[in-house]
Structures are given as C-alpha cells and as structure tokens.
Write a protein that binds this ligand. Structure first.
Ligand code: ARE
Length: 511
C-alpha cells in the first residue's frame, strides 16, 4: 500500500542515518488530487474498545485556534490522506472581544459566530472533513459564561453583563451558582468538591447545571452543533460540572454522540476522571505528564508501559496526549521547543496500545496569553504551515507549528492505522534502546541514549525491505525514509541517539 503524505518538507536527521538530508520533497500531483478521499465513516472513533482495528483511523488532532476554512482545507489536503480519524476544533460559540487566545473560553451567547469563522463556514468545514473521512469534535464550553465584570458586547454583537445574557441566562432566573466562599466566589481549594463544582473557575460565571432550565439551554446548544454535523464534543471544564448534571445533558443527545470530558487528574482531589467514565470518554492528563519525565530521563521503555497501572483510566476510556493548549503554556509537558524529545514522546503515544491518541498542533508564542495572528478587526487569519516544519525548525512567534505534519508524527499516524488492534508483542532491550512490536504488522525501535544503536532486532514482520516512516514517507512507491531489511525474523537497524525508527506492513520500501 502506498501512503500519500501531502506535504512539502525538509528532512533533517542525524548524519549517520541521513540518506536524503537536505532534500526538499515535493508532493506529487497524485497525492494532492489523484488519491480518492476515504469514504466518510461514522465509526472512526469507535467507543469502548481501544485500540481500533487496522484501518479504523483512531488518531485525532487538536488544531488549536485554526479557522473553520483552514480546517476544511487541512482535512481535504492533509488529515484525510495522512490517516487522521478526527479533528478537535476550538470553541465555536460567540465569545468576548480581545486578542488573547482564551477569549474563546468566555462565551457570551451560543451563536456559532466567532473570530474563527461563521456558522456557514463551520458547517462547510464539517462537510469537507467528513468527505475526507475525518470526524469533527467541537470544544463545548458549557460550565460557564464570561468572567468579565464589566458589561460588554460579544464578537457577534450580543450584549451582556456579568450574570445576565439577554434571552439566555440571568441571575434572576437562578441560572448561576454563587457559592458564598470568600469575597469572590472563586474556587479556593480543589480538595473541596463543593467549591470545585459550585464556585467559580477564575471568575467565570458558573452555570447552575443542576437546573432544568440550564440543562435545556445546554442541550439546545449541543443539538444545534449536531445539526451542523459535528460528531461529538470535548466537554470543557467538565470537572466543574457535577457528573450527574453532565450525565443528564448527555443522556438527551443522540446515541453515539462522542463525548470526552476534560477532568484534570489532581493529586488528592475528590473530583476524579473516573467519576465521568460512565458518561463517555475522559482525557487522561497523567499520560502526558508522566511521559515527559520518562523521555527527559531517557527511560523510554518505562514510558511504553504507561497506562498499565491502576492509577490511570481504563484504556477504553482514556484519550491521551503529549500536550494540549493549556499544558503547552504551563511548560510542564514536552512541546515543540523540545525538538527530538517531543518527537520521541509522540512516537510513544502513537505506538502504545493504551488509550486513544490526540496529536496537538498550535502556533509559536513567547507570551502565554498571545492569540493567533489576527487581522485589524480581530478575525483570525487562516493557518498556513511553513514550507519546512519539524523538530529542527526554529519558529517565530505567531507561526503555525503544524506538528501534525511533522514527518515522524505523520509517519506514525500511518503506522498506527496499519497496525490497528494487533497486540503489543515481545519487547527487546539493548542499553537505552528498546523495541516494541504490534503483532505481525509493525515494529518501533526507540533510542533514548546518546550513542547510535546498530542491532538486529527480533520482529514478526515477514522478510522484506520496509521504509522507516519516522524518517520519511513512501511516495509513489518510493521510500523517502530509510529502507530497513527484515530477514529471518530480524530487522537490521541503525538508530541515531534520541530518535526512533518505525516499520509497518503498509509501507514497504519499494524499488
Ligand atoms: C482568563 C484569565 C483569568 C480571568 C478569566 C476570566 O486568564 O485571569 O480571571 O479569563 O476573565 C482558559 C485559560 C484561562 C482563561 C480562561 C477564560 O486557561 O487563563 O482565564 O480560558 O478565558 C482548571 C480546570 C480546567 C481548566 C484549567 C485552565 O479544572 O478545566 O483550570 N481548563 C479548561 C481549558 C482552558 C480554559 C478553561 C477550562 C475555562 O482547557 O483553556 O481556560 O474555559 C489543578 C487542578 C485543575 C486545574 C488546574 C489549573 O491542576 O487539578 O483542575 O484546571 O490546577 O488551575
């Protein structure tokens, strides 16, 4: 099978392994237009049975602050052909004005009009992604409204004041919590479940989600998004919505609606991710945090076992990620600035059979509040990936990092789609390097050390020449990565320090 990666990129690797260093690989016309888009699927994400079978495309990508038009184009040109199964958008509802990225998390109405695009553009984006075989999840901010104390006008012209959103919510109707803790009503302690779910998160007006009126309004908003074709939702700040309230809302949505709750695992906190597992899937924040320490410490083989302990969500409930838009700004997890280490963490995430992986893709920044590049009116400009993307590229502030197009990450998306639910097989270890196979369909070798590893690695792949898809894709039958020979159950590999190598049945090295 030929994998078509729609990309123009500059490869750069350790000199020992570089066969094509410096080569600019232009995408052929066949890859942009000659490959039929995969048929739309309603089962790409599956539910309750991670990992998914071969070809099921269970890898997602969070395109943080991408406009609807840019996501539509990306679905058609890159996400679909590369094998991504779904995309997570930023919040689509009307929000407060301001250049910061986080204005998106301060709703003032549920009109699908934002600086990322109009309702029409949103619907067109969903249709384009579906045509490319990519499902769409929207980030649903349903725990709260804005945190602005002063009255104002939102992006689409709706007027509001704190605790009064004409035609939607008001204090008079009992639509907001006022927990009575401290002078601000803000959460003071995450160790107190009452505060977490009845006080305010950073002054954000906290909806009284236990009331029928509020639940009706939230269901109406989510139903409206479903009418535009979305497949499901990330439930923002789900920890702050009592699980029974969220269950009541989700119970009124059509069966099969994808739900993933954002419940950050916090040590000693009474509100836990497990409490939301009956509602749908849950983001497992521990994975990205733990993998960071293991990659930095060179303990890659330990990272491969993440998720097997009882302190994590069960695999079929967990969605895992190296970083998201919050952790990226906290710098507690690996990010694009970490170059090779970040690639290794992503390779591990895509190679493991624990949970459902989400690749993160954002823009470069120095100021944690800085929003994406906008025009004079505040509309976000359509994302454009630089001609060269990857761990060795130096990005300037505002530039789209496009991690989802990095050669190694995109190659591993194809690898994961090819290995499907083949089980993790025997592991092989040699100093700081180790190998992990997935049934008879794929092999990954990672080197966490500082010296090159040259070895014969046991594998159940059949004899042949395979393309190392971490180094480069197969385009029109030609391996742009490094060919690796498998003979008699042994793969003859050379792996540079702090890099990885991946082979799979869908990427023979060809001629
Ligand atoms: C902004 C300003 C604030 C201002 C507020 C209201 O920064 O100074 O008071 O506006 O005007 C994002 C940004 C916030 C931003 C907010 C609204 O991160 O800075 O506030 O948008 O514009 C907790 C929650 C978790 C939440 C994180 C950030 O549990 O749900 O805090 N994450 C989601 C999103 C965020 C978003 C929101 C929620 C709000 O992913 O992007 O905020 O919609 C421990 C606990 C965690 C806790 C964490 C941080 O680890 O275990 O539960 O996470 O501490 O406090």
């Amino acid at each position: 099978m030929q994998r078509c990666t729609a990309r123009t990129t500059r490869r750069s690797r350790n000199a020992v392994l570089a066969l094509l260093t410096g080569a600019v690989v232009a995408l052929s016309a066949a890859c942009t237009s000659g490959v039929p888009a995969p048929a739309a699927t309603s089962t790409a994400l599956g539910s309750g049975s991670a990992p998914a079978p071969a070809g099921a495309r269970d890898v997602g990508v969070q395109l943080f602050q991408w406009t609807w038009d840019a996501i539509a184009t990306e679905c058609t040109d890159h996400l679909g052909p590369a094998g991504y199964g779904w995309v997570l958008t930023s919040p689509p509802q009307e929000h407060v004005l301001g250049s910061q990225w986080w204005t998106a998390y301060q709703p003032v109405s549920y009109r699908i009009e934002s600086r990322l695009g109009s309702r029409t553009q949103f619907g067109a984006m969903v249709a384009a992604c579906h045509a490319a075989g990519v499902e769409v999840l929207a980030d649903a901010v349903i725990n709260h409204m804005t945190g602005k104390d002063a009255p104002g006008t939102g992006w689409a012209g709706s007027t509001y004041s704190h605790y009064d959103y004409p035609g939607i919510w008001s204090d008079a109707a009992g639509d907001f919590h006022h927990c009575g803790v401290g002078s601000s009503d803000d959460i003071a302690s995450y160790k107190d479940a009452y505060q977490v779910q009845s006080c305010e998160l950073s002054n954000l007006a906290d909806l009284a989600t236990g009331t029928q009126h509020v639940q009706d309004g939230i269901v109406a908003y989510l139903t409206d998004l479903l009418s535009l074709g979305v497949d499901g939702f990330r439930i923002d700040a789900a920890k702050h919505v009592p699980a029974e309230d969220l269950a009541a809302v989700v119970g009124r949505l059509p069966a099969g609606t994808r739900i993933v709750s954002e419940v950050i695992r916090g040590s000693g906190e009474p509100v836990t991710p497990e409490q939301y597992a009956a509602i749908g899937d849950v983001l497992e924040f521990a994975w990205g945090k733990d993998v960071t320490g293991m990659v930095r410490g060179g303990s890659l083989r330990l990272a491969a076992g993440l998720g097997s302990g009882a302190t994590y969500l069960p695999s079929d409930k967990a969605w895992i990620f190296v970083e998201n838009h919050d952790t990226e700004r906290g710098r507690a997890t690996l990010g694009y600035r970490d170059g090779a280490d970040y690639v290794l963490a992503n390779v591990l995430m895509l190679a493991t059979d624990y949970g459902r992986p989400i690749v993160y893709s954002g823009y470069a920044f120095s100021d944690r509040d800085a929003g994406p590049v906008q025009d004079a009116a505040g509309k976000v400009l359509d994302a454009q990936c630089p001609a060269a993307v990857g761990p060795d590229v130096s990005y300037t502030d505002g530039e789209w990092v496009c991690q989802h197009r990095w050669t190694a990450i995109e190659g591993m998306v194809g690898w994961r789609d090819a290995v499907g639910d083949d089980p993790v097989g025997d592991r092989w270890e040699h100093g700081d390097a180790f190998a992990l196979s997935r049934g008879t369909r794929g092999l990954v070798v990672l080197n966490g050390g500082d010296v090159e590893v040259a070895a014969q690695v046991p594998t159940t792949l059949s004899d042949g020449s395979y393309c190392d898809v971490v180094a480069g894709p197969v385009v029109e039958g030609r391996c742009l990565g490094d060919p690796v020979t498998v003979r008699g159950g042994l793969a003859d590999v050379r792996v540079a320090p702090r890099t990885a190598l991946a082979l799979h049945v869908g990427a023979p090295a060809g001629a």
